[in-house]
Design a protein around this ligand. Structure first.
Ligand code: SIN
Length: 289
């Protein structure tokens, strides 16, 4: 039996793992949220880094309305949105597709100058087994480092770019033939770069979190890619160890809302021959500091 987190009056908050993640009960997200309930959801989100809701029935407009309580909505620069809803990206893997979307540890759109605050993923169609998503707590990953490593990283920034995924010859270019169901733009615009601190301070909790990820962090500022590789490899391996993670089993109607400022996530691709369809709304964040 999960431990219920105390201090909530409008909602029930059940942690799903020791490191992060909690299921929230007692909320119908299709209805407008009163301020007290919204504030408790926000608190649970900040406390647990990813929160989950089950058995929701949301139209695209209701999904967006929930997202808009937390900030403005992102228009993904490379993924073709749902028709009539530029703020929603469909994440679909058809039965015959081999590749999935998000199948590697990352933080959403970290390549943007102002990357995502959070993402809300809503499940429409899920496989009978597999297709879970993993998250890793980047506060814990930072806290576990030695003082010497922390001191060094606190003075460093890194270059983030979408090029390995969305530029010609990148992951999406290779996957577009193995994934017919999603229209992902492959473009020279993906050679853009942004600079972010390697350790960021969360603007709402004040806690420090590691902020590098494998697909989008290209190198450290002032170093070559080759020089950056060993430390980047260490940080990416370190930050996604199982003791920092939680894992969520999807059902139609599940919604996950994660904080991209202090987590990474990984969509498992272990359901070949089955269909999975999700809608993602991404909330714009601030400049990492
Ligand atoms: C993503 O937003 O990276 C996809 C996550 C998932 O499909 O589980």
């Amino acid at each position: 039996m999960a431990t219920v987190t105390a201090g909530y009056e409008r909602i029930t908050v059940n942690p799903i793992a020791g490191s992060m993640g909690a299921e929230i009960e007692g909320v119908d997200l299709s209805e407008p949220l009163d301020d007290a309930t919204f504030e408790e959801i926000r608190q649970a989100f900040l406390e647990h880094c990813v929160v989950f809701f089950r058995d929701q029935q949301l139209t695209p407009d209701q999904h967006k309305a929930f997202g808009l309580r937390f900030g403005t909505l992102n228009i993904h620069p490379f993924v073709t949105p749902l028709e009539g809803h530029p703020e929603i990206i469909p994440i679909v893997k058809e039965r015959e597709d081999k590749a999935n979307f998000g199948g590697g540890w990352h933080s959403d759109v970290s390549f943007m100058v102002k990357p995502a605050l959070g993402s809300m993923l809503y499940a429409l169609d899920t496989p009978t087994y597999g297709g879970d998503t993993l998250w890793a707590n980047q506060y814990m990953a930072y806290d576990a480092l030695s003082d010497g490593m922390k001191d060094m990283l606190n003075g460093m920034t890194a270059i983030h770019s979408p090029s390995s995924q969305y530029a010609p010859g990148g992951e999406s270019d290779r996957n577009n033939s193995k994934r017919k169901s999603m229209a992902v733009k492959v473009t020279e615009e993906a050679y853009s770069e942004s600079t972010h601190p390697v350790v960021r301070t969360h603007p709402e909790t004040g806690r420090k979190a590691l902020y590098v990820n494998e697909p989008f962090t290209v190198k450290f500022t002032g170093m070559t890619r080759r020089e950056s590789r060993p430390l980047l490899r260490f940080l990416c391996d370190h930050s996604t160890q199982e003791q920092y993670t939680c894992r969520f089993r999807w059902q139609p109607g599940s919604l996950a809302f994660w904080d991209n400022r202090c987590t990474q996530h990984y969509a498992l691709n272990d359901y070949q021959g089955q269909r999975r369809e999700m809608h993602r709304v991404t909330i714009n964040g601030d400049t990492p500091r």
